[in-house]
Every structure is written in structure tokens, then in C-alpha cells.
Design a binder for this molecule. Structure first.
Ligand SMILES: *Cc1c(COP(=O)(O)O)cnc(C)c1O
Length: 308
């Protein structure tokens, strides 16, 4: 038994976000601080792991094997959870051995690492990929990259409840929609399922829009049997995943100064900047109330921002 739902139910604060460009447009935004659920197990990656961990637990597995890159927020959350709750973890990494702050943490958390190179990592979707790993680690349960798929989305459905329970403290009776960064679209799919058409979910794509996000969301939503998914995707990638430009870095600095909310450049800052673009373009009527999800990922910015 390693799934800890009884003793660990993290809750993220929901706070008003005060920014001039929102005020000017008459738009209200509340930010759900998934970056604050835990000092180590941060962000949406925990919620994407929950159902996978439950499934592993039901199978009597001793731990988890999964994949990611050298800055992976997913592997970081998984390794930290393994250390905290006492299950073993193995990480299959993209590329060749390198010492990023994330990799050092993974090792410190006790995750066993295997570097697959680039070609080896690309083979992860092929039939038979897991066989040798399952032979080497028969007691471990395999979780797909990023904790994705329907199981990952299911774990994110509870974010809706978490927000609805806190609306009173904002003095909001309701909200009009969600705004969040998308990589695979799994977190967005979870919200789309939870809302079942009640409120629209807006996704800011951190990857160029040819990465099949819409298709993945459709697949998850279909698997769950929801017929009228209400969501909309916007390009927020600024030319590519992990591409960072001057305007983005300035935006991070200004926003942090005004709000005190730390952002990282790959997801959360790009999502908020894309929101500003849409707000300034008049996409939302005055009086619109949005919930912005801070999906975490701050551990990963150590590799990108020199100041941290
Ligand atoms: C992984 C990640 C996302 C993207 O989540 P998906 O469910 O893959 O769309 C967004 N923000 C942060 C900080 C992440 O680490």
C-alpha cells in the first residue's frame, strides 16, 4: 500500500490576481495556486499521478517506472512522492546523461535513472517498449509520460471542486471559465470532464499547435463518454516549446513584482501572457470572471532563469 489519499489531501489556495491589464478590461481573475500544495510535490503533476498511483496500489506494485526529460516536472513530482510515501521509483530519461538541478533532485530522492538517448526515447510509443523494463523491474507499475491519458485527466477533475469550495472566500458566486497552460492537454481534459459543459475551459498551448493536443483531449473526453465538451485552445508557445524570448522574461519579472506570484517560462508565464493578449484583443466581455490555474513547475525554472 503506497497510495496515501487518507493522510495527504493537498489543497491549493485560490486568490484574486490584481494586474493593471485585467482591471482596464474589467476582467477578474482568481489564481489557483497548485505551486503551493507542497514544497516538493508541486503542481498539476501530482493530480495527474493520483489515479495512476491508485491503480499501481490495486495491482500490489512496489513502485512506479515512468519517463521524462532532464527538466521533467512529472519525474520530479513522482520521485518526491516516492521518497515521501516510501515507494520505489525508476525514471527513463530522454537524451544522454546530464546534471540538471532536476536530475540532481531525482537522484537525491532515490529515483533510479536510465538514460535512453534520443532514439531510444522516441521508441516509447512502440509496441513492446515496456517489455524489457518490466522484465528488469517486475514489481513496478508503468506510468506514461507526464502521467497522461484518461487516468491522468481523472485525477485532475477534483480541481473543479477545489475551486468551487473556495468561491465564497473570493466573494464570487460563480465563474465564467478556466484558463490554463497545456502541454499534453490532460489537465484541461480533466476540467472539461468535470465541468461537463457548465463552464468553458480555455487552454493556452505551450507547444506548437501541431502537437496533437486537440486530438488527445478528444480521445480522453470520448473515452469518458462526454458528448459536448466545451473548450477552446489558443497558441501560447511563442514559436516553440521551451523557446524563451525577452518579452516573456520581462513579463515574468513585472508580473512577479506586482503580484508576488512566481512564474516559470515554459508553461505558467506563457499561459498568462497569452491571456493578456486575448484580454487586450477583447476576447472577453467586461465582468468576465476566470480561474487561472498555476500549474506549478517552478522546480524546472532553475535550469532556465539565472536568478533562481
Ligand atoms: C506538465 C505541465 C503542464 C501541462 O499539463 P498537461 O496536462 O500536459 O497539459 C502545465 N504546466 C506545468 C507547470 C507543467 O509542468
Amino acid at each position: 500500500m503506497f497510495f496515501p489519499p487518507c493522510d495527504w489531501l493537498p489543497k491549493a489556495p485560490l486568490e484574486h490576481l490584481h494586474l493593471d491589464w485585467l482591471k482596464t478590461a474589467g476582467i477578474e481573475v482568481a489564481i489557483l495556486r497548485l505551486d503551493l500544495i507542497d514544497p516538493l510535490i508541486s503542481g498539476n503533476k501530482w493530480f495527474k499521478l493520483i489515479e495512476h498511483l491508485k491503480a499501481a496500489d490495486r495491482c500490489g506494485a512496489e513502485g512506479i517506472i515512468s519517463l521524462g526529460g532532464a527538466h521533467s516536472n512529472h519525474l520530479h513530482a513522482l520521485a518526491a512522492a516516492g521518497k515521501r510515501f516510501g515507494f520505489s521509483t525508476v525514471g527513463l530519461l530522454r537524451g544522454h546523461p546530464q546534471e540538471t538541478p532536476t536530475v540532481k533532485d531525482l537522484q537525491a530522492f532515490g529515483m533510479r535513472l536510465h538514460w535512453l538517448g534520443y532514439g531510444g526515447y522516441r521508441a516509447r510509443h512502440q509496441a513492446g517498449f515496456w517489455e524489457p523494463w518490466q522484465a528488469q523491474y517486475p514489481g513496478l507499475f508503468a506510468v506514461p509520460e507526464g502521467g497522461g491519458g484518461w487516468q491522468g485527466a481523472k485525477g485532475c477533475m477534483q480541481l473543479m471542486t477545489m475551486v468551487r469550495e473556495q468561491l465564497n472566500s473570493l466573494e464570487w458566486s460563480d465563474y465564467d471559465g478556466w484558463w490554463l497552460a497545456c502541454g499534453t492537454g490532460t489537465t484541461l481534459a480533466g476540467l472539461v470532464l468535470a465541468e461537463a459543459g457548465e463552464h468553458r475551459v480555455y487552454g493556452a498551448l505551450a507547444v506548437p499547435d501541431d502537437h496533437g493536443v486537440a486530438e488527445r483531449v478528444e480521445n480522453i473526453v470520448e473515452e469518458a463518454g462526454v458528448t459536448a465538451p466545451d473548450y477552446q485552445l489558443f497558441d501560447a508557445s511563442r514559436g516553440g516549446f521551451a523557446k524563451v524570448d525577452r518579452l516573456l522574461l520581462e513579463f515574468i519579472e513585472q508580473t512577479e513584482q506586482v503580484t508576488g506570484v512566481p512564474l516559470e517560462p515554459l508553461y505558467t508565464a506563457k499561459a498568462l501572457l497569452a491571456l493578456r493578449e486575448q484580454v487586450e484583443a477583447g476576447t472577453f466581455a467586461r465582468g468576465t470572471r476566470l480561474v487561472f490555474i498555476h500549474t506549478g513547475g517552478l522546480q524546472g525554472r532553475r535550469g532556465f532563469c539565472p536568478q533562481t
